[in-house]
Design a protein around this ligand. Structure first.
Ligand code: PMT
Length: 436
């Protein structure tokens, strides 16, 4: 991961802004007058649709109250006093450590930096950092002499070598009257730096089409056949692909999720509409990920009027819908095709059968027999197969599962022959203007 050097940050301007929508950001606040700037940061994060949880050290509360962060983040603030009271906060520090997609400590005091360097775990913030596998970034804020002190500089070096990132500090006039390096980055700089943590660059410039959500097959003007897909998995995949630098086109069945920002979005309802939308642009795509729960059958005809309850029983005659992914995989010059297999039993057997029968490059087997994962749940677990390979993505949030799946896809895609006819890389922004 590319860090930002503590003492030089002019190339911040070169960074590309990524959305933090749906990212779980754990904001640690340690003691320092700059804590007031973190209130603005929380506001900006929430505005960017990130989920924000705040952990405050004891000394942070001398500068600003937990209530401020609770009001701005919309979540209870974790403090050492509440450590024993999970119910008061809705999450303990281990759950919080797992929940976080990234941890940012802003302001990071000299004391907090020293504590992290030595693996200290005597308060909630340091314990949470120790327990988390998420990337950790620090926004130092302290007097310029404290920052310049070799004790602090040595700590910064050790933490940087361990992969922790430093956003700032900036130089300028300080609250104590000194002038020099040690000012905390401004909220907009922190937001930019944080968002770039998610820019993996694995699919830079690659065109990726994702289908998501259910389809609805109308019976009459008021009834339809559908399934429990919420669209969450597919949307998370689209966002992860976008974070990886891809030009993403998301074709979505009817869901209650907001259309992701900076992603070309096409809304459809029936399987036939999804098929048509896919076919319309598949020739320009390098990767196709079919996460949608497409109805296999539709009523032969939609009745023009609402069907009346005239009989004890009702039979609706159905016909097969087009198999969207199979048609994509049949293309002469096909993209890298990734399918899903939602199964309630014999996951591996059926996933492998679909991989072969539909001539896919990769398949993500999704056990949907457990009602707590898969359909309409914030979490999932996948068994991913490809010719000669397999990887288990163990239970996690759909955001994290999506990121790992995109990592796998990028790795496999890099090892395959690329389709030859994709020469036109459309500009995602231009395209999204046309379809939003
Ligand atoms: O939306 P969520 O609530 O987050 O739930 C996510 C999910 C469970 C829907 C998702 O992870 C998932 O498993 N999606 C695939 C569901 C499915 O329809 O599986 P299937 O085994 O019936 O289909 C196999 C593959 O063929 C899938 O890639 C599917 O998109 C595709 N297909 C199926 C039928 C059809 N007519 N056309 C298709 O392209």
């Amino acid at each position: 991961m590319q860090g930002i050097k503590p003492a030089s940050h002019p190339y911040l301007l070169e960074l590309v802004t990524m959305s933090l929508a749906n990212k779980n950001i754990l904001l640690g606040i340690s003691g320092g007058i700059a804590a007031y700037k973190s209130a603005e940061l929380v506001r900006e994060l929430v505005r960017d649709n990130a989920s924000v949880r705040v952990v405050m050290t004891r000394s942070a509360k001398e500068f600003i109250t937990p209530l401020t962060f609770q009001a701005l983040s919309g979540n209870p603030v974790l403090t050492d006093e509440f450590e024993q009271s999970e119910s008061a906060n809705g999450m303990d520090h281990i759950a919080m450590a797992r929940w976080a997609d990234a941890i940012l400590i802003a302001p990071a005091s000299a004391n907090t930096i020293a504590k992290l360097t030595h693996g200290g775990a005597d308060d909630l913030l340091s314990t949470t950092c120790l327990a988390s596998k998420a990337p950790i970034a620090l926004a130092p804020a302290m007097n310029q002499a404290m920052w310049a002190n070799s004790a602090t500089q040595d700590n910064v070096e050790i933490l940087s070598k361990r992969g922790l990132l430093f956003f700032g500090p900036a130089a300028g006039s300080q609250a104590c009257g000194d002038v020099g390096e040690g000012r905390m980055f401004e909220p907009h700089q922190l937001l930019l730096s944080l968002s770039n943590l998610f820019n993996t660059g694995e699919l830079t410039g690659i065109n990726v089409m994702v289908t998501a959500g259910p389809t609805r097959e109308p019976i009459d003007p008021v009834r339809y056949i559908s399934n429990h897909s919420s669209g969450r998995m597919g949307y998370a995949i689209a966002e992860a692909a976008h974070d990886a630098g891809a030009n993403v086109q998301l074709i979505s069945g009817p869901v209650s999720l907001a259309a992701p920002e900076d992603i070309e979005y096409i809304s459809v309802s029936t399987a036939q509409e999804m098929f048509d939308a896919v076919q319309a642009d598949i020739e320009t795509q390098q990767i196709f990920i079919s996460c949608a729960a497409v109805a296999d059958y539709r009523p032969v005809a939609k009745q023009p009027e609402k069907i009346k309850k005239l009989h004890d029983g009702l039979t609706v005659e159905m016909v097969r819908n087009p198999d969207i992914i199979a048609e994509v995989a049949k293309l002469k010059s096909k993209p890298f095709v990734v399918g899903f297999a939602a199964e309630t039993r014999e996951l591996k057997k059926y996933a492998l059968q679909k991989l072969e029968r539909k001539r896919l490059d990769m398949i993500a087997g999704n056990d949907v027999s457990d009602t707590n994962i898969g359909f309409d749940s914030p979490e999932n677990a996948l068994e991913v197969f490809w010719a000669g390979g397999h990887c288990s993505l163990e239970r996690d949030t759909k955001t994290k599962i999506a990121r790992r799946l995109i990592g796998l896809i990028a790795e496999r895609y890099a090892n395959t022959d690329k389709r030859s006819n994709v020469t036109v890389l459309k500009n995602a922004k231009d395209r999204s203007q046309n379809t939003r």
